[in-house]
Design a protein. Structure first.
Length: 396
C-alpha cells in the first residue's frame, strides 16, 4: 500500500423508515457500478480499499428505542458484505472494520482483506444525538481508525461520519446548529503521539468523510409557486432539472453551497464533487423511479463531502482527493430519497512519521470539544439506552 493511492467508496441512503424493507436484495445498482467505474484508475479492474455505507431513517424512532436497531444493522451487514464481495472485480474479500447504529442513523465500514482490513488499528466508534433530549432521531455516528505503514510508521487516520440533520426548508438555522453540535460532541481519543489526554473532534484526522441526509434545500425554485397546478409544476421542474447546465444554475440557490462556499458558516474545509450532474435526490413518490412528490420541493438533501491533510485552506475549491464518481441511484424506489455513492482516490500515503498528519483548517475555524457532551447523553437518557440496547456497536 505504500506506493499506491487508497481508493475509498462512500454510499449513503435515507431508507424512509423501511427497516428490513428499505433495501432490495440485489444491491448491484448501488454498490457494483463503482467497482466497474474504478477500472479507469488502473490497467486492471480495481476494487475499493475501503467501503463505507451509511443509513438514515433506518427504522421508526419508537422501534429504534425498543432495541431493534442492532438486529436490522446485523442483517444489513450480512447483505452488504455478500454483495460487495460477489461483485468485486477480482473476487476480493472484505472485513467489517466497525459498525455503529444510533436509533435511525447507522454506519458500516469495510476494509479489503489484502490491504486496509489487514493493517487497521485503533478502531473507535462514536455517536451523538441532536434535538430534544439528544434522542438520536437526528444526529451522527462516526468510525475512526488508523492504518500504519507496512514499514512500521504510524501511518494515517481515517474518520467517517454519517449524519442526519433537521428537515424542512425554513429550519436552516437548526441544521447549522446540528452540524456544529456534532462537531463539538462527536469525540474521539487523542491521536497517537499526542501529549494531550483531551478528546478530539472529527477534524483531528488525516482524512475526513462527512455524508448523509443533510436536509439542505433550495432558497427558492425559479418559476414554481405553491398555487400552480401539478402539470404546470411538472413542466417547470423538467426544465430546471433537465441537464447538467440547467442544474448547475440551481447550485446558486442550494442552501448547503451558499452556507459552505459563500457565507462560510458550516462545513469548513470540506470539499464536494459535482453533485449537479445528477438529479435532486429528494422527494420522490414511493415506487417511482423519476417522479417527485410535490408535497416538498425537490432538493439535493443527500450529500458526500471529504477532505485530506494535504488540502490547503487557501484553495477551498480544490482537493488532493480525486472524485472519480459521484452519482445517485434512481432505480431504488422504496424510499422518497435516492441513494448516493462516490468513489474517492486519496493522495499517496505520507512518509514514515512520529505522529499522523492532520487536517489543515482555516485560521478562523478552530473547533473545540464540548466538555459536557458525555454528561448530556448520560443524564438525558443513559439509563434507558443501557436497558434497551438502543445502540449497537461492533469492532473488529
Amino acid at each position: 500500500m505504500a506506493d499506491e493511492r487508497v481508493l475509498v467508496q462512500i454510499a449513503s441512503y435515507n431508507t424512509n423508515l423501511q427497516a428490513e424493507r428499505g433495501l432490495p436484495q440485489d444491491l448491484v445498482d448501488w454498490l457494483a457500478p463503482t467497482l466497474q467505474v474504478s477500472q479507469f484508475l488502473s490497467r486492471e479492474p480495481r476494487a475499493p480499499d475501503i467501503v463505507a455505507v451509511g443509513f438514515q431513517e433506518l427504522l421508526p424512532l419508537h422501534l429504534g428505542l425498543s432495541g431493534l436497531s442492532k438486529k436490522v444493522i446485523e442483517s444489513r451487514n450480512a447483505l452488504i458484505l455478500s454483495q460487495i464481495e460477489e461483485h468485486a472485480p477480482n473476487k476480493e474479500k472484505y472485513t467489517l472494520i466497525a459498525s455503529i447504529v444510533n436509533v435511525g442513523v447507522a454506519l458500516l465500514v469495510y476494509g479489503r482483506d489484502d490491504g486496509v482490513g489487514k493493517w487497521v488499528q485503533d478502531v473507535q466508534t462514536q455517536w451523538t444525538g441532536c434535538g430534544p433530549a439528544y434522542m438520536g432521531n437526528k444526529g451522527a455516528v462516526g468510525v475512526r481508525f488508523r492504518v500504519p505503514t507496512p514499514e512500521g510508521g504510524v501511518g494515517e487516520v481515517y474518520t467517517f461520519v454519517c449524519a442526519h440533520l433537521t428537515a424542512h426548508t425554513h429550519k436552516l438555522a437548526q441544521r447549522i446548529n446540528d452540524y456544529h453540535y456534532i462537531v463539538s460532541s462527536l469525540l474521539f481519543d487523542p491521536l497517537p503521539g499526542s501529549f494531550s489526554n483531551e478528546p478530539t473532534t472529527m477534524h483531528s484526522t488525516s482524512h475526513l468523510f462527512f455524508f448523509g441526509d443533510l436536509n439542505f434545500r433550495f432558497t427558492s425554485l425559479p418559476g414554481i409557486e405553491s398555487h400552480m397546478p401539478r402539470a404546470q409544476v411538472d413542466s417547470a421542474l423538467e426544465v430546471l432539472l433537465h441537464d447538467d447546465a440547467s442544474r448547475k444554475e440551481l447550485v446558486k440557490l442550494d442552501q448547503l453551497s451558499i452556507e459552505r462556499d459563500v457565507k462560510k458558516s458550516i462545513f469548513a474545509g470540506l470539499r464536494e464533487g459535482e453533485f449537479w450532474r445528477f438529479k435532486c435526490t429528494y422527494k420522490y413518490k414511493l415506487g417511482e423511479v423519476d417522479k417527485y412528490d410535490l408535497k416538498r420541493h425537490p432538493a439535493w438533501t443527500d450529500r458526500i463531502m471529504y477532505t485530506t491533510y494535504t488540502d490547503s485552506p487557501e484553495t477551498p475549491d480544490r482537493s488532493s482527493i480525486s472524485n472519480a464518481l459521484y452519482t445517485s441511484i434512481p432505480s431504488y424506489t422504496t424510499s422518497d430519497h435516492k441513494p448516493v455513492v462516490s468513489i474517492l482516490l486519496l493522495p499517496l500515503p505520507s512518509p514514515i512519521l512520529q505522529s499522523p498528519p492532520v487536517l489543515r483548517l482555516p485560521a478562523h475555524y478552530q473547533p473545540l470539544p464540548d466538555r459536557l457532551a458525555i454528561l448530556k447523553r448520560v443524564c438525558d437518557h443513559g439509563d434507558w439506552e443501557l436497558r434497551l440496547g438502543v445502540r449497537g456497536v461492533e469492532l473488529v
